[in-house]
Design a binder for this molecule. Structure first.
Ligand code: SF4
Length: 321
């Protein structure tokens, strides 16, 4: 197959070379509750221009997030450090797969500059998987947290990290840098890991979250799930139990959307009423904070939700005699 051409006539690398030969995976049509507005605001354009000027990547763009128009209108962008090319090839993810380039030593300072220019009270920093680096990219997370702390001490910092599989001491290094929230997404139920998240291990991701809490009991932990990949609601409930056993504070649950026909098919669209049921059951299981709706994403309204998360912990502690 010929490589697609860019506007300047050069051949662009395939974004998902490992999926190119796969047959298309037909998904059902989107229901009315999934429709989102096209991104058109002045603030959207300003956020985009700033990210380009600082040579920063965002998961909002790279993952083709449906909320980009709404979030960027508020200048809420989620920065994706360590480049825009991922060493994994998850079946759900739109981030490009391949051999990543060198780590940019200026990136932490550029993230801190963006936080100041966007006037963010809360920033979510995520990354691609960097299995090629000895520390999985942990030090770049540390540098980025420290740069934000220096430039904007009042801004709260949430990290959404990879699983750091087989990267000894990486989790410890990130926790020691003291982000306000440590997020790591389980993404799906264990039965679907081999087809949805083949490079990852459910038990290892769960253990990461438990380890963060053991290292620093005061740190908020957070995890997210996509639904509509073929899981059952009973399996979702079992994952919630696992997360509570790992003492995770905050759960996000959103509808999986297929980025391209080569990605995992949408098995079904979970109705808003079912999301409401998931949310109710999650709160009953003891999560401090739950966001569950068709368009919920890990970083969707993360700043507002962080305020609620802190309030929920304070309220619960006040009940303890
Ligand atoms: S939900 Fe998260 S990833 Fe999506 S646009 Fe908003 S901040 Fe970006």
């Amino acid at each position: 197959m010929a490589a697609p051409s860019t506007s300047d006539g050069m051949n662009a690398p395939l974004r998902h070379p490992e999926k190119a030969r796969k047959p298309d995976q037909p998904s059902p049509p989107k229901p009315a509750w999934i429709r989102v507005k096209a991104p058109m605001s002045r603030e959207y354009q300003e956020t985009r221009d700033l990210m380009r000027a600082l040579r920063l990547n965002t998961v909002c763009e790279e993952a083709a997030c449906p909320n980009i128009g709404e979030c960027w209108k508020e200048k809420h962008a989620t920065v994706m450090i360590l480049g825009a090319v991922c060493t994994r090839a998850c079946a759900f993810c739109n981030v490009a797969t391949g051999k990543p380039g060198a780590v940019d030593p200026h990136e932490p300072a550029h993230v801190a500059e963006a936080v100041g220019k966007l006037g963010l009270h809360h920033i979510v920093v995520t990354s691609v998987d960097r299995d090629d680096l000895p520390d999985g990219g942990a030090d770049q997370f540390v540098q980025t947290i420290q740069a934000i702390r220096r430039a904007a001490p009042a801004t709260t910092v949430e990290v959404l990290t990879p699983d750091f599989l087989k990267k000894d001491d990486a989790i410890e290094a990130v926790v020691a840098a003291r982000p306000d929230v440590y997020n790591h997404n389980l993404e799906t139920v264990p039965r679907l890991y081999r087809e949805v998240r083949p490079g990852a291990r459910y038990a290892a991701s769960l253990e990461l979250l438990a380890r963060v809490k053991r290292l620093d009991a005061s740190m908020f932990t957070k995890s997210g799930l996509m639904v509509g990949l073929g899981e059952t609601l009973d399996e979702v409930d079992a994952v919630m139990d696992d997360l509570r056993a790992a003492d995770v504070d905050f759960l996000t649950v959103g509808q999986y959307l297929q980025p391209t026909p080569k990605h995992h098919a949408v098995a079904r669209f979970v109705s808003p009423a079912e999301f409401a049921g998931i949310k109710e059951r999650a709160f009953a299981k003891g999560f401090l904070m739950v966001s569950a709706s068709p368009l919920t994403r890990s970083s969707y309204f993360a700043g507002d939700d962080f305020v609620k998360l802190r309030q929920a912990r304070a309220a619960r502690l006040a009940l303890v005699p």
